[in-house]
Design a binder for this molecule. Structure first.
Ligand code: UD1
Ligand code: UDP
Length: 371
């Protein structure tokens, strides 16, 4: 096989975490692949934290992030920036991840130049285009443009087959989030929060950022959290607050001033994984955390009405509870008080693979070019 140039494009924290293992794997095959790493920096600080932990130096950095950026801002700036890079570099394939606006804009920019597209974490669906918004539309649009579909599970494969995608373009890989955990596990982590939570029997890790949860849903969840903390002295809540100004403002307004609710800056992913591993319970609307927490045997209460990750629900490791105050409060209470139920969720199997997703992805790309 002639050496192929692979452009890996990403821009936000979760994409970086889940693409880093793929980059590491591509770099092990330097005789077959030249890797061009293109970051859009849709996220700035939160992306840089991941690049630091995985020691990745981008070839190009579009630096698009603006305060309170709109979806159109991101789309336009990413597409214009990538057009130039793709014309200069002429990659043989680009890889994008998941469902962010960076990934959608990158896929569209590649399509315009007829560059083959590999979609990592393809096939996730809620089939409700406003939930999550705009991620459901982004991933469906990317899957309409992609040439290779790296799906994490059999269920995500079946979604694509129902949409008439051809089986020989789909590869079940597991989720690269598990590969990322295997990397961070090897690192030596020290963080003051690890000492802080040690003093409590039931640390709860909370993250929330989704656009559809901005405003009232977040307020409802925060009220429930305060009730739980007031009623349980063995509970401490740790919330690394996403840098979105909307989230920052509300979290500070509603949750500061309680010594058992700790609001921290976003954590580097190795420290975050360590704190996750020491938590009693996770409360989140994040996608990635629904995949990671089961790998650490930690139950997850999902602060959304729908999930595109029903595998975790079927396995028993997560519960989708929405954002209504009373429901959130009761669901947390149940897991704090009912040990049988807790153990059942904690011990359920992680449905996202064994950490070899990146290897499978790179082998599949080799085969694609060897046909
Ligand atoms: C984005 C993705 C979402 C993903 C999430 C992961 C889209 C439309 N949304 O949502 O799918 O789940 O990332 O976190 O692609 N900001 C900073 N520094 C940072 C990061 C963000 O200041 O490092 C602030 C900026 O003011 C920015 C705002 O947060 O304008 C929102 O960022 P944006 O990427 O537009 O949306 P997210 O909610 O982060
Ligand atoms: N994460 C992190 N530091 C934090 C919070 C989360 O490194 O302070 C990691 C987490 O381990 C997961 C990813 O960020 O891998 C989830 O990102 P986010 O919730 O921003 O996005 P989503 O997964 O919802 O797209």
């Amino acid at each position: 096989m002639m050496k192929k140039k692979i452009g890996v494009v990403f821009g936000t924290r979760p994409e970086a975490i889940k693409m880093a293992p793929v980059i590491k794997e591509l770099e092990k095959h330097k005789n077959q692949f030249e890797t061009v790493i293109i970051v859009t920096a849709q996220h700035r600080e939160m992306l840089d934290q991941v690049l630091h932990v995985f020691n990745i130096n981008p070839t190009y950095d579009l630096n698009v992030m603006r305060p309170k950026q709109s979806l159109s801002d991101i789309t336009v700036n990413v597409m214009k920036g990538l057009e130039e890079i793709f014309l200069d570099e002429k990659p043989d394939m680009i890889l994008v991840h998941g469902d962010t606006t960076t990934s959608f804009a990158a896929a569209l920019a590649a399509y315009y130049q007829q560059i083959p597209i590999g979609h990592v974490e393809a096939g996730l669906r809620t089939y409700d285009k406003y939930f999550p918004f705009p991620e459901e539309a982004n991933r469906q649009l990317i899957d309409n443009l992609a040439d290779l579909f790296f799906v994490p599970t059999e269920l995500t494969k079946s979604n694509l087959l129902k949409e008439n995608k051809s089986e020989d373009q789909i590869m079940v890989t597991g989720n690269t989030a598990i590969d990322a955990i295997q990397y961070t596990k090897q690192l030596n982590v020290n963080h003051e929060l690890l000492n802080t939570i040690q003093g409590y029997k039931k640390p709860i890790l909370l993250t929330m950022h989704r656009r559809e949860n901005h405003g009232e849903p977040m307020k409802q969840v925060f009220k429930a959290i305060k009730r739980v903390v007031n009623e349980h002295e063995d509970v401490v809540v740790v919330m690394p607050v996403h840098l979105s100004p909307v989230v920052q403002e509300l979290a500070k307004e509603m949750l500061s001033g309680n010594e058992r609710i700790i609001l921290s800056a976003p954590l580097e992913v190795d420290a975050f994984h360590k704190i996750l591993s020491k938590s009693y319970l996770v409360l989140t609307d994040s996608g990635g955390l629904q995949e990671e927490a089961p790998a650490f045997d930690i139950p997850v209460l999902v602060l959304r009405d729908k999930t595109e990750r029903p595998e975790g629900f079927t396995a028993g490791t997560l519960k989708v509870i929405g954002t209504e105050e009373e429901k959130v409060y009761q669901s947390i209470e149940q897991l704090l008080n009912n040990q049988v139920l807790y153990n059942k969720m904690a011990k359920a199997d992680n449905p996202y693979g064994d950490g070899t997703a990146s290897q499978i992805i790179v082998n599949t790309i080799k085969k694609y070019f060897n046909k």
